[in-house]
Design a protein around this ligand. Structure first.
Ligand code: URA
Ligand code: SF4
Length: 214
């Protein structure tokens, strides 16, 4: 018994053979209405052999202009915070988003847009094969795991992946760096402080799964 509307089911499409094919096919995608407003499709940056994957919400203005995820102010903060726990965002991580095209006015992508884009995200996970996945913000938590709300309660908690695609992987929701830009305090108990604790736990988990330490 599945009550969800058919528009929210991911379309059934052949999976790309490798990440290069994925990037080429995704660049021409017209599967949802976000295609109309984009300049560039934003597929990924970083290392496709990394054990860590970071999934955000969707491209903003700078990402749309450059074709690279997390390169604006939020991305710079993400890079700095990862660097503070000795994770180099381009060497030690593969970074992408739930939707690959910029939503107008940076609005949150709709459930239908997230579902339409899922056949790009799923093969990214399969081909990169990360041991650890960070879900940056409430939209990534919803888009990947279907969990709506609760990011402030769930952030920093390890979730064991379930189902064919995610089992054997560790997932952790974290606060979105855009939220941290609006809440810059680093005091103990602040959102930034919590995120730093979360990222230290990520560093430990990566060491435990044998990711090369830097
Ligand atoms: N915010 C996101 O969620 N993703 C990006 O790529 C940039 C900003
Ligand atoms: Fe295709 Fe995803 Fe862009 Fe929609 S957001 S057009 S599904 S790549």
């Amino acid at each position: 018994m599945d009550a969800s509307p058919s528009s929210l089911q991911p379309p059934v499409v052949p999976a790309p053979a490798d990440l290069q094919a994925l990037a080429e096919e995704c660049a021409a995608c017209q599967r949802c209405s976000l295609a109309a407003g984009r300049s560039r499709v934003v597929v990924s940056r970083g290392n496709p052999r990394a054990r860590l994957m970071v999934i955000g919400e969707g491209p903003g203005a700078q990402e749309d202009a450059s074709g690279q995820p997390f390169v604006g102010r939020a991305g710079q903060l993400l890079d700095q915070m990862l660097a503070s726990v000795a994770i180099d965002s381009n060497r030690d991580a593969y970074i992408c988003n739930v939707v690959k095209c910029r939503p107008p006015d940076n609005r949150k992508p709709t459930p239908a847009e997230m579902a339409a884009c899922r056949p790009w995200l799923d093969p990214q996970i399969r081909l990169v094969d990360p041991a650890v996945i960070l879900l940056a913000g409430a939209t990534a938590l919803e888009g990947v795991l279907g969990i709506r709300g609760g990011i402030t309660r769930l952030r920093g908690q390890w979730m064991a992946g379930e189902g064919e695609l995610l089992q054997g992987r560790w997932l952790m929701p974290i606060l979105h760096p855009s939220y941290l830009l609006r809440n810059p305090s680093r005091e103990q108990g602040s959102p930034k402080w919590h995120t730093w604790q979360d990222l230290k736990a990520v560093r430990e988990r990566l060491a435990a799964v044998g990711a090369s330490a830097s």
